[in-house]
Write a protein that binds this ligand. Structure first.
Ligand code: KIV
Length: 282
């Protein structure tokens, strides 16, 4: 399979209105390699890592060290896809300098860009990162790091006033210099309105079809998550496939049927007899 050219943020920008953008999460080297070979445009090392890989309750306890470790793992696959590192809770909110330092760590770890959750309240952060040469993907609508403030993981923009706020947020982050925007779990009209109003690509999750691209969490589409959001299309039930394969392995081990004769190796000729002597046995 021929390796694609490296995809840059400029390539992503050029896709708006031309070709839908396919983004998927990945958190480790082999998965990054596979999704890259499958042709995704963007790999997001999402802080969904906390739930789908680390077994945490929410993304609130994901730390910079977790994200950096996994961004490095994804970057080691040397994907052609653009690699976006998701800035975890409290790594960019407190002040711009801290946001800069933390975002810089993502680029040193091999990311091509970072994502931050939130709207106009982070315009200054987006501007500062852009000034420092760090491309930023913004994230509006449902922002899971703020689920406690939002009142849970709920559909956003169902009322005109909430919809207008989200649209304003999206316009301001685009104005501040974000290169793209994730729109999570909003009414489809909100996502369509944003997509028509901003000059940068919108990448949606659970916000309908009128966007410049779509993103999903890989564990959800592969059937590795115990429960999935209603907007997820599951392509395969890997849990079932893995369970069946491992159960056959367990049966083989229990029955002593795991190893064929060509799957284990002998000492050099005569060495076993010498060993028996050394061990003082007959
Ligand atoms: O962390 C993540 O995986 C995300 C996507 C759901 C957009 O932010």
């Amino acid at each position: 399979m021929a390796k694609r050219e490296k995809i840059t943020v400029r390539d992503i920008a050029r896709k708006k209105g031309v070709e839908p953008i396919a983004m998927i999460t990945a958190y480790d080297t082999p998965t990054a390699r596979i999704v890259d070979e499958a042709g995704v445009d963007i790999i997001l090392v999402g802080d969904s890592l906390g739930m789908v890989v680390l077994g945490l309750e929410s993304t609130l306890s994901v730390e910079m060290s977790d994200m950096i470790r996994h961004t490095e793992a994804v970057a080691r696959a040397k994907p052609s896809a653009l690699v976006v590192g998701d800035m975890p809770f409290m790594s960019y909110e407190a002040d711009v300098k801290e946001a800069l330092r933390n975002a810089g760590r993502f680029l040193s770890a091999g990311a091509d860009a970072v994502k931050i959750e939130g709207g106009s309240e982070y315009s200054d952060v987006i501007k500062a990162l852009k000034r420092a040469g760090i491309p930023v993907m913004a994230h509006v609508g449902l922002t899971p790091q703020k689920h406690k403030l939002l009142g849970g993981y709920r559909l956003m923009g169902k009322t005109a006033s909430e919809a207008a706020e989200i649209i304003k947020d999206a316009e301001e982050v685009a104005e501040a210099g974000a290169f793209s925007i994730v729109i999570e779990f909003t009414a489809w009209q909100v996502a369509r309105e944003i997509t028509e109003r901003v000059h940068i690509p919108t990448i949606c999750i659970g916000s309908g079809p009128y966007c410049d691209g779509q993103v999903l969490v890989i564990h959800d589409i592969l059937g590795l998550s115990p429960s999935i959001p209603p907007f997820v299309k599951k392509y395969v039930d890997l849990s079932k496939i893995i369970r069946e394969a491992v159960s056959r392995y367990v049966t083989d081990v229990k029955r002593g049927q795991l190893l064929q004769e060509n799957m284990y190796w002998s000492m050099k000729k005569g060495e076993y007899e010498k060993l028996r002597t050394i061990l003082g046995e007959k």
